[in-house]
Ligand binder design. Structure first.
Ligand SMILES: *[C@@H]1O[C@H](CO)[C@@H](O)[C@H](O)[C@H]1NC(C)=O
Ligand SMILES: *[C@@H]1O[C@H](CO)[C@@H](O)[C@H](O)[C@H]1NC(C)=O
Ligand SMILES: *[C@@H]1O[C@H](CO)[C@@H](O)[C@H](O)[C@H]1NC(C)=O
Ligand SMILES: *[C@@H]1O[C@H](CO)[C@@H](O)[C@H](O)[C@H]1NC(C)=O
Ligand SMILES: [Zn+2]
Length: 512
């Protein structure tokens, strides 16, 4: 999940205190999840305040609500459960318990991870096959990538883009041979540790591009594009979340930076580690949806690019090898089923070529849906979730100047109650449908390459004949988040400024 709300504290507590507590009394370690349903603006504000103090009560918000119409999901341990229930009851805020025991859910849905909790230090499954039915260790992922280089020497090259604090190397592959002029299509996953389906999905793309590289559809992509895929950007965090089925560990979001301490509202010293890497990029750094509290889930770090993982992405994209060649950038997250385009730092903020991004995003979401009917929303992060600054996708668009930039929030949809604990049964379907969407973006890159090859010098690149609200399927939509509000407040706008409104608010004005 990418983006919690406003600038204040969120969660991750004194993990270590909690550990000691759990060791002493195992029963008290049971974690449950509550869904909180505000009924009005006042409820919404009370929940917002609770969210700001989440660190104090060891509350782990899985999902934040953006307004009084949306619900919140929060994980709480047994120690703080009474407080939460009382607090909500005292304020007569509706809530239901959606999960009674998170750990047993983890054990049911992530069975293979459970066995590897104990096996992770000597996982030796060094084979040319990758078992896509299960969540794999980082070691298993990189072993498989190394095998691919041996199996497809002309196609695949192994790359290392940096090193984490704990000394793991951040690895990936280039797929597309040794051309140094083809366009680059960058894909990464796993910047947030607990979002396990993301690295898996990135690996599945690698599988598609290599095992099917001779099929015409894939070959056509590889003729013009070199894919650079780094499946797991935050391997320290990923391995940490795999190291125990204790929900505090499994649901860890950040990297594993060194301990930072600060006084809480009662003057106690609290020490936490980890930075939300997707707040650490240098784009409107620290402006919205981030926190200065090192204990917060959305702690942005001490400064832009303070973290080696985010620096690794920056340095790769700006390297002589990739700079000026990168036309596609996709970063994989879970969950909510949203196909997100820039920008995310505030509402109604878009890059100049938003129409291209929106059109291709919509097409991609439609292609994804055709596979199993999975529905995605298309929009900016700020419009669909909440504003959050310092995200890698915004930085890639604005600073690295990549054409097609998207952040995908994969399955399940946000109404689903088990969120991050996606059942292994859904892993391959998730990856497969997402691949169909990503292909659409890659095809758009190829189309641009072809157009620039055939364009005669004086001729502008061929106009695409697309117009908002032109009546074709999927074309009736608002380009601006604010349309609905505008039209609600001043219905006559559709008539008084028809050209602007047709361009921007075709849906809300019922122009199509
Ligand atoms: C959160 O903390 C603020 C002070 O920082 C306090 O005014 C507020 O009542 C607290 N809210 C909750 C839910 O504890
Ligand atoms: C709820 O209300 C009761 C009675 O007024 C009070 O004793 C208790 O501290 C309150 N609990 C919370 C968590 O607000
Ligand atoms: C693995 O799952 C079993 C139940 O299937 C559970 O009893 C055990 O504690 C789990 N092991 C770990 C390390 O979580
Ligand atoms: C995470 O962030 C810290 C900065 O707080 C950094 O020093 C550390 O190297 C990062 N952790 C990893 C695993 O790279
Ligand atoms: Zn995320």
């Amino acid at each position: 999940m990418n983006l919690p709300l406003f600038s204040s504290y969120l969660f991750i507590p004194s993990l270590f205190l909690l550990f000691i507590f759990c060791l002493v009394d195992l029963a008290s370690c049971q974690f449950s999840v509550y869904r909180i349903l505000p009924k009005n603006q006042q409820d919404f504000r009370i929940i917002q305040n609770l969210y700001k103090n989440a660190t104090e009560y060891d509350l782990n918000f899985w999902k934040t609500g953006k307004d009084k119409h949306s619900f919140w999901d929060v994980m709480v341990d047994a120690k703080n459960e009474n407080f939460l229930r009382q607090f909500l009851s005292n304020h007569t805020i509706s809530h239901i318990k959606t999960i009674t025991d998170v750990e047993s859910l983890i054990n049911r849905h992530e069975k293979s991870a459970n066995t590897s909790f104990s096996r992770r230090l000597f996982d030796d499954s060094n084979s040319a096959h990758y078992d896509f039915h299960t969540y794999g260790s980082y070691q298993r992922m990189t072993d498989w990538l190394k095998q691919l280089v041996v199996k497809y020497p002309k196609l695949v090259q192994y790359i290392t883009i940096g090193k984490t604090t704990e000394g793991r190397s951040i690895d990936g592959v280039e797929i597309g041979g040794d051309s140094r002029t083809k366009k680059i299509f960058w894909i990464d996953g796993g910047i947030h540790a607990r979002e396990w389906a993301a690295p898996h999905t990135a690996l599945f793309f690698i599988h598609q591009l290599t095992s099917r590289s001779n099929e015409p559809g894939i070959k056509k992509l590889l003729d013009d594009i070199t894919f650079v895929i780094v499946p797991c950007l935050n391997p320290d965090g990923y391995e940490f979340t795999r190291s125990s089925s204790n929900p505090h560990v499994r649901l860890w979001r950040k990297n594993r930076s060194k301990m930072q301490c600060r006084k809480d509202i009662w003057g106690r010293n609290r020490c936490c580690r980890g930075v939300d890497l997707n707040r650490n990029f240098d784009f409107h750094f620290r402006e919205s949806g981030t926190s200065d509290d090192p204990c917060s889930e959305i702690y942005q770090g001490s400064g832009p690019f303070s973290e080696p993982e985010s620096r690794a992405v920056r340095d790769a994209l700006l390297s002589a090898r990739y700079k000026g060649r990168t036309e596609g950038y996709i970063t994989l997250h879970t969950y909510s089923q949203i196909w997100i385009h820039p920008y995310g730092h505030k509402k109604d903020a878009y890059p100049g070529d938003i129409k291209d991004l929106y059109e291709v995003g919509k097409k991609a979401a439609n292609a994804l849906k055709r596979v199993y009917g999975t529905k995605y929303i298309v929009g900016s992060g700020a419009d669909t979730l909440y504003p959050a600054s310092g995200g890698s996708e915004d930085w890639a668009k604005h600073e690295a100047k990549v054409k097609f930039v998207y952040l995908l929030e994969l399955r399940p949809d946000e109404k689903n109650w088990d969120g991050f604990i996606l059942d292994e049964k859904e892993l391959i379907p998730t990856a497969r449908e997402t691949w169909e969407g990503v292909r659409v973006v890659a095809e758009a890159v190829v189309e641009r390459v072809q157009a620039s090859k055939t364009a005669t010098p004086r001729e502008a690149p061929k106009a695409r004949g697309f117009r908002f609200g032109d009546g074709t399927e999927g074309s009736c939509f608002d380009i601006r988040h604010a349309c609905k509000r505008w039209v609600q407040e001043r219905e006559e706008l559709c008539k008084t400024v028809p050209i602007f409104m047709r361009e921007n608010c075709a849906y809300s004005c019922s122009f199509c």
